[in-house]
Design a protein around this ligand. Structure first.
Ligand code: G6P
Length: 435
């Protein structure tokens, strides 16, 4: 809960964004606080004793919550991604620097990060999908085992957290009830060498206050319920964290580091280029308008993006959608394939491409209609029942960030066409502060 401090008026809300039109002065309550507000006074009590809570002044100009020229917040936020990603990269990288991370990036926490041997990611919704990508990265890039789980399951199954675990809580809002509870449960267990990290877009959130390390995403306020720029900046912050752990623990070669750093510098430009796909994707979206169900397929690093694509589509267009690891097709979803079910495929020319191509052929042979996002290097060509949009070239490691954009745009255009409430879909909330 946050209290908005006014002049001759005070407010209470669950998110300061809601109060920015009326005040830029806020008081954050701590767990268990009770506040008594009148028009002219604010009293806060902890355990029955009156306490003082500081008033924080926010620079409202940095929290531009205006739709500007865009029809919806979601579209605006999709278009803000190149800048938001560039800002997030700059936390760890100086302009043009490709040989090392900035000295001040997570410098205070080097001792904590040097001791971790396992990673446990906890998150919900879109943030969980960012955690899934992180699992692939942690294990393939720096060989540190990583588990990822939705917070609502993790908190109730009495899980084992081994010693020297880095617990990463990913949350745009930092107020998601399940994520906070899962963190508190782990902290009660107190495994030796436990380090907790909040990867969060709101510096003043509960999650940030309750963790050892705060790694911000610099997405700026995200208003649309369907998360877009918060997701891509989470991915960027996660890869930066992984590079930091890799350097700190000396489990990454200089050559590998240099390659990834120079690829990170190119990322904002690649995101700009991917926004140019808006028009062909809008055309593609017309085929989805009257559909009841849809499959998203990916392999490797694109599997979590397939899940995220399906989540986006169902959230805002109300079309039933499922994300699948394409290798699992033959274990069930292939039975669903017919001419009425569109199948979206994320197909960069990566180490899994040949396997994925075989999966696409299985679908095509069963009269499925494919909507493929691929790189030109894949040499795929459009044909009957195979619609194709080329995505800008990007290295395999960072491809999930760039391939997020076309699935966001596709969901957006389908939802607009179906006339749903894009920014505030029915039954959903931006911050889920209750169980
Ligand atoms: C809600 C939102 C999603 C978000 C999820 C987790 O369901 O609608 O967009 O991904 O909560 O939220 P968090 O703030 O923890 O990332």
């Amino acid at each position: 809960m946050v209290i908005g401090v006014g002049i001759g008026e005070n407010f209470i809300a669950s998110d300061q964004l809601a109060l920015l039109p009326v005040t830029n002065r806020f008081m954050y309550l701590e767990e268990g606080d009770i506040a008594k507000l009148t028009r002219n006074s604010i009293q806060v009590y902890a355990d029955g004793v009156e306490v003082q809570r500081q008033i924080h002044e926010i620079d409202a100009t940095q929290h531009n919550a205006d739709k500007g020229e865009f029809k919806h917040y979601m579209l605006k936020e999709i278009y803000e991604q190149p800048d938001a990603v560039a800002r997030t990269i700059e936390m760890a990288l100086d302009n043009g620097e490709t040989t090392k991370l900035r000295n001040d990036f997570l410098q205070r926490h080097e001792t904590l990060l040097s001791g971790i041997r396992h990673v446990q990611v906890i998150a919900c919704g879109t943030s969980y999908h960012a955690g899934m990508v992180a699992k692939y990265w942690f294990e393939s890039l720096i060989r540190i085992p990583c588990s990822v789980e939705v917070a609502s399951e993790f908190r109730y199954r009495n899980p084992v957290v081994v010693d020297n675990t880095l617990v990463i809580c990913i949350s745009q809002s930092g107020e998601t009830a399940d994520t906070l509870s899962a963190l508190r449960d782990i902290q009660k267990q107190r495994p030796a060498g436990l380090v907790s990290l909040a990867l969060c877009n709101v510096p003043t959130s509960s999650l940030v206050r309750e963790t050892d390390i705060f790694l911000p995403t610099l997405a700026g306020p995200e208003i649309g319920v369907a998360s877009t720029k918060a997701f891509t900046t989470q991915l960027v912050a996660l890869i930066l964290l992984i590079l930091k752990v890799g350097v700190t623990q000396k489990c990454m070669t200089d050559e590998h580091l240099n390659t990834l750093l120079s690829e990170l510098h190119q990322l904002p430009g690649q995101l700009y280029a991917s926004l140019n796909l808006d028009a062909p994707i809008k055309t593609m979206s017309e085929s989805f308008e009257d559909k009841k169900s849809c499959l998203f397929l990916g392999r490797g690093l694109q599997f979590p993006i397939a899940l995220e694509g399906a989540l986006k589509l169902k959230e805002i267009s109300y079309i039933h959608a499922e994300g699948y690891a394409a290798g699992e097709l033959k274990h069930g979803p292939l039975a669903l394939v017919d001419k009425d079910m569109p199948i979206v495929v994320l197909a960069p020319k990566d180490s899994m491409f040949d396997k994925l191509k075989a999966n696409m052929q299985e679908v095509h042979a069963r009269h499925g209609e494919l909507f493929v996002f691929a790189s030109e290097a894949s040499q795929m060509v459009a044909e009957d029942r195979l619609h194709l949009v080329y995505v800008p070239d990007v290295c395999e490691t960072l491809a999930p960030i760039v391939y997020s954009v076309p699935v966001q745009l596709l969901s957006y255009h389908v939802a607009v066409m179906r006339g749903t409430d894009v920014d505030q879909p029915r039954n959903l909330a931006k911050s889920v502060t209750v169980e």
